[in-house]
Design a protein around this ligand. Structure first.
Ligand code: SF4
Ligand code: ZN
Length: 479
């Protein structure tokens, strides 16, 4: 396969390329645009005109520099071995293949997709989505040889995107509904995915019926179909092995998989815990589950669409930095929206605190994520979870929790945390802070910046008497 006819290079080496605001020609999709999506559909061969790229709306060259536009990417494929279950897995590859293009940055998936085209690429002549369509078609057919024919349609017109957008949402919902129909106990095989290792080298997803991949785009059914057609590909079987701890979701097979795929960095994971040996997070999680120490055992959830800060004063982006990168970070977990409504959701943490399940640890959710899961949350908890409309910061949270009689207030951890707040504030000054840091890596460069050491502190807690931050001023030269 050649891309010699394209004005820009294409290849895996460009994955991970960042395009900052001042380097971008235009932005497609992303948080500033209401309707955008990407969708793959399996069709009958006769419905596909192989190699065809359709564009509905303005092309790149018609767009105004620095602006954001809608983007719908519909990839239609056919092949005798294709089945509907493969659509979601094929769809996830849009992310990877777009990132192969030198001059495109692609983030997220489904209806949170977000792309930037660089000024440098545009100036080199990459000025049409026709080119991107052709690149996608060639990559799909080369990387997934079971795809025999492919065509791509782009929607950039804000009106004409509406109908395909609604269809896409309906399809995502159907997929998620089906994914909720089985449980981990019903199967004898889990699946893994390492598609994100180009960004997070120690990350591998373990996908089970009750734990959809954290990007929210690959369910157990999707992973099974992908592993069946391409067993040596990025999605693979994970034999469960022995269950070491049912409540935590610890399996010998999952531990072996993560140890091997993280190159020994991660020893084990508890599938149903956000606090002990949690699943690693790459960077494309749909939401973050974060521990709120001030409530003893309570957690919050924020998703990508949340504007402003979470209850802990941090925006999604700051918490995402803490959470992602393939680290195992107790208290900060990248999750899919579907996992929130799973019966296994952080069950280990909830039950250990004396609650009925993991969802009962949730004391705060951003409005956008709460709206998405509200109907699927247990009725006895959903109105007790605060949003930014109910409480504006942590100081108001205990009063809310007590007013609505959130079950967290009965936990020993909550009583100790809330009862101890006044004393703690005094002690804080005296004793400093104990900050759980998970696994921390730092590099000490050698002489002249070459070689040096890499120091990895596993599951460390850093205790500091005080923290002093000093600006390093360059030394003045003597006259
Ligand atoms: Fe695969 Fe997980 Fe990345 Fe999704 S988040 S593409 S499942 S590794
Ligand atoms: Zn990822």
């Amino acid at each position: 396969m050649s891309f010699a006819d394209m004005p820009v290079d294409v290849g895996p080496v460009y994955e991970g390329e960042r395009i900052r605001g001042n380097q971008m020609y235009v932005e497609l999709g992303g948080p500033k645009i209401e309707k955008h999506f990407e969708l793959v559909r399996v069709k009958a061969a006769k419905e596909i005109e192989d190699g065809k790229v359709n564009l509905i709306g303005p092309d790149l060259k018609d767009m105004e520099e620095g602006k954001s536009y809608p983007i719908g990417i519909l990839v239609e494929v056919s092949g005798p071995e294709l089945e509907e279950d493969l659509e979601a897995v094929f769809e996830r590859r849009v992310h990877e293949f777009c990132n192969f293009v030198n001059g495109i940055m692609h983030l997220n998936q489904r209806y949170t997709n977000w792309m930037r085209i660089s000024k440098a690429a545009f100036e080199k002549g990459f000025n049409s989505l026709q080119m991107l369509g052709t690149i996608l078609i060639r990559l799909y057919k080369a990387e997934l040889p079971i795809i025999k024919k492919a065509q791509v349609t782009f929607y950039t017109d804000p009106e004409k995107i509406k109908e395909p957008y609604d269809i896409a949402l309906e399809i995502y919902n159907k997929r998620d509904e089906r994914a909720r129909s089985i449980n981990d106990e019903d199967v004898d095989m889990f699946y893994g995915c390492v598609l994100c290792q180009s960004f997070a080298p120690t990350h591998a997803c373990c996908i089970t019926p009750n734990r959809m991949s954290l990007c929210g785009s690959i369910s157990w059914f999707d992973a099974r179909a992908a592993a069946r057609v391409d067993p040596k590909g990025p999605l693979f079987e994970v034999p469960m092995g022995d269950c070491l701890n049912e409540l935590a979701g610890e399996f010998t097979g999952v531990n072996e998989m993560i140890k091997k795929r993280s190159l020994g960095e991660i020893e084990k994971i508890y599938l149903y815990s956000g606090m002990e040996y949690p699943h690693t997070s790459c960077g494309c999680f749909e939401a973050i589950d974060f521990f709120i120490p001030e409530t003893g055992a309570g957690h919050g959830i924020i998703d990508r669409n949340h504007e402003g800060v979470a209850i802990n004063g941090l925006p999604f982006s700051a918490m995402a930095n803490q959470t992602g990168g393939g680290k195992q970070m107790p208290g900060f977990n990248g999750i899919s929206i579907q996992y929130i409504v799973s019966p296994k959701y952080q069950k280990y943490d909830g039950i250990n605190s004396g609650l009925e399940g993991g969802i009962y640890t949730i004391v705060w959710m951003g409005r956008t994520v709460k709206d998405r899961v509200y109907d699927l949350l247990p009725e006895d908890i959903r109105d007790k979870i605060a949003t930014e409309e109910d409480v504006s910061d942590l100081s108001e949270l205990p009063a809310w929790l007590e007013k609505v009689q959130h079950p967290i207030i009965e936990t020993e951890e909550y009583k100790a945390a809330v009862g101890g707040i006044e004393e703690e504030e005094e002690e804080w000054e005296e004793e400093g802070a104990m900050v759980p840091m998970g696994t921390v890596g730092m590099t000490i460069p050698g002489v002249g910046g070459a070689g040096g050491f890499k120091v990895i502190l596993k599951n460390c807690k850093i205790h500091a008497e005080s923290i002093i931050i000093k600006k390093i001023e360059p030394k003045r030269k003597k006259k």
